[in-house]
Design a protein around this ligand. Structure first.
Ligand code: FAD
Ligand code: EPU
Length: 335
């Protein structure tokens, strides 16, 4: 058994039976030919920033190191770039900005690899991966074939895709193609960004690089750096409830924020609900609820997956009791 503590951002002491670096798609094919995928328990990891191991992993970790970037199409207004799935997401953002391509600046500083980005359709500050996603290539571990998937086939939703449902644990994404713009236009609809721009003394039209800078600053002000404090970002997804339920809650909790969607439902910030249940900043042994963002559970050093799960259950229960709202993990729980 080998320690994989350094391979996931919660930083719990976890062991796995084996560790295999995947440097090219051919490495996957070689494993397939040896019967690896059908005969072994395995898990592909990118940056390990959205997983929580319940216990030791009785199988092999495949570490995604597939690199590369290639401009596939270049028009007057946009460019299509294919990235190897092991490229680090924030480096992709920086590379895009440095080359004058915009569209993903609001997604600055999200940890992890681009290959994991489609799994939960990463999102932040009003932009989601799906807004720039063109297609991906994936290695099908059942058939041994490389398949190409277009946007509709990925069935992207809020922190959701087909890879969390029918295709869960089957496809290994080997490349992702993004369609980035060259128009320099950027989205600042999210309140915090506008406030930060004002503080910078900037006026519209805002530059994508300035939006990136603002997003980085906002994120650093409230999200813990996993290099210092173990965490996986938001532990739960924000719940989406019926507008009738929302209106009922507003009677007892008039300052409850809510963001209506176009299907007549309302997204409610789980961080707000959790904070008002008294968990924010509370420490329970080696684990806790972050002091600046109640949606983020943290490992102070020696915390275990079981302890974090135990805390998450208590939070779910408290939120259910107080608000009759169910909240579900965003983090992929392994084991
Ligand atoms: P991993 O944790 O390695 O894997 C996550 C899951 O995807 C696993 O089930 C894994 O098996 C699977 N997977 C990974 N790569 C592939 C692949 N190539 N093919 C098939 N399956 C694969 N997320 C957001 O959406 N928005 C945010 O603002 C955000 N902020 C965060 C802030 C912090 C501080 C942290 C720690 C996390 C944050 N996250 C956020 C969550 C996380 O960064 C994203 O989910 C990211 O996409 C995970 O990438 P990863 O490479 O680390 O994936
Ligand atoms: N809030 C509280 N208390 C808290 C935390 C938040 O009251 O402890 C309130 C805030 O005051 C605000 C609202 O909740 O009114 C929303 O807070 P915030 O802007 O911090 O965003 P979030 O809903 O908590 C989501 C994503 C983040 C993403 C940010 C920015 C989910 C599950 N999380 O967080 O994504 O970075 O918006 O767009 O959708 C992640 O997925 O890991 C992640 C960090």
């Amino acid at each position: 058994m080998i320690s994989i503590k350094g391979l996931h951002t919660f930083g719990c002491e976890v062991q796995a039976e084996g560790l295999i670096e995947i440097n090219t798609p051919e490495d996957l094919f070689t494993l397939y030919q040896k019967g690896f995928f059908s005969e072994n328990k395995w898990l592909l990891l990118g940056g390990g920033s959205n997983v929580l191991f319940k216990n030791d992993f009785n199988g092999s970790i495949l570490l995604n190191c597939i690199k590369g970037k290639e401009i596939r199409e270049s028009g007057q207004d946009s460019v299509v770039v294919r990235f190897g799935s092991g490229e680090v997401w924030h480096e992709v953002v920086r590379w895009s900005l440095n080359n004058g391509f915009n569209g993903i600046e609001n997604l600055s500083l999200i940890p992890g690899t681009i290959g994991a980005a489609p799994i939960q359709n990463i999102g932040a500050y009003g932009v989601e991966l799906k807004d720039v996603f063109r297609s991906l290539q994936a290695f099908d571990t059942i058939t041994g074939e490389v398949v190409s998937m277009q946007k509709e086939e990925c069935r992207f939703g809020y922190r959701d895709s087909v890879f969390k449902h029918e295709l869960k644990g089957r496809m290994i994404i080997i490349s992702v193609s993004l369609e980035l713009r060259k128009d320099g236009l950027t989205s600042v609809g999210y309140g915090d960004i506008l406030k930060t721009m004002e503080r910078y003394g900037l006026r519209p039209p805002y530059k994508p690089a300035d939006v990136s800078k603002a997003v980085i600053e906002i994120r650093q002000s409230k999200l813990p750096d996993p290099a210092i404090l173990g965490n996986a970002g938001s532990f739960f997804k924000n719940p989406v409830i019926s507008s009738a339920h929302f209106e009922k809650l507003k009677v007892d909790f008039p300052d409850l924020p809510g963001y209506p969607d176009n299907r007549g439902e309302v997204k409610v910030p789980a961080g707000w609900l959790i904070e008002r249940c008294g968990f924010k900043g509370k420490r329970y042994g080696s684990v806790g609820c972050h002091e600046k963002q109640a949606l983020v559970l943290v490992n102070y050093g020696n915390g275990t997956g079981e302890e974090i799960i135990q805390l998450s259950r208590e939070i779910q229960e408290a939120v259910r009791l107080k608000y009759k709202v169910d909240i579900y993990p965003e983090v992929n729980i392994i084991g």
